[in-house]
Write a protein that binds this ligand. Structure first.
Ligand SMILES: Cc1cc2nc3c(=O)[nH]c(=O)nc-3n(C[C@H](O)[C@H](O)[C@H](O)COP(=O)(O)OP(=O)(O)OC[C@H]3O[C@@H](n4cnc5c(N)ncnc54)[C@H](O)[C@@H]3O)c2cc1C
Length: 128
């Protein structure tokens, strides 16, 4: 099987970071694009509602890797842009800023969103 020249990852969370780190560690030296709708480098979410909220940790501590370590991965990092569509014919992801990101292989790891049940709306209480 031919090695892909371009791999694009949609999502910029812990999973996506693991994907690109593993690819580089395994010797992939092709074009690696990461698209994240948030403007932040990958960060750990659970401490936000615990250690950060309680003031035990400074906000910066949730960042999963220092900026220099992310830079060393040699990514085409596109933060603050949302993937809005997929053109499978031309193998490219359409982005909210009007640009596109081509790919040979595509990873979509954009997480999940709760599905709300029909019926009277109870006020959600976050217990996580
Ligand atoms: C405040 C808080 C506290 C939490 N506490 C806990 C806990 O105690 N225990 C626990 O198990 N889990 C907890 N979680 C959930 C956990 O951190 C993960 O977020 C969750 O498990 C989902 O992980 P994921 O990797 O699937 O996706 P996510 O972490 O949601 O990551 C998805 C990524 O995709 C990006 N993305 C989504 N759509 C697009 C798009 N169209 N274009 C580009 N990028 C996109 C997002 O910006 C993000 O970078 C908490 C989450 C939050 C916010």
């Amino acid at each position: 099987m031919a090695t892909p020249g371009r791999i694009t990852v949609v999502g910029a969370c812990a999973v996506d970071l693991t994907v690109v780190e593993t690819l580089r560690r395994s010797g992939f030296d092709g074009h690696l694009t990461v698209i994240g709708e948030e403007p932040h480098l990958p960060y750990d979410r659970p401490p936000l509602s615990k250690e950060v909220l309680s003031g035990a940790w400074p906000e910066e501590r949730v960042q999963l890797r220092p900026a220099a370590a992310v830079e060393a991965l040699g990514l085409d990092l596109r933060l603050g842009v949302r993937a809005t569509g997929l053109d499978r014919t031309h193998r490219r992801v359409l982005l909210s800023d009007g640009s596109r990101a081509g790919y040979d292989e595509l990873v979509i790891a954009t997480g999940t969103r709760p599905r709300r049940l029909p019926g009277p709306r109870a006020s959600p209480a976050c217990t996580c």
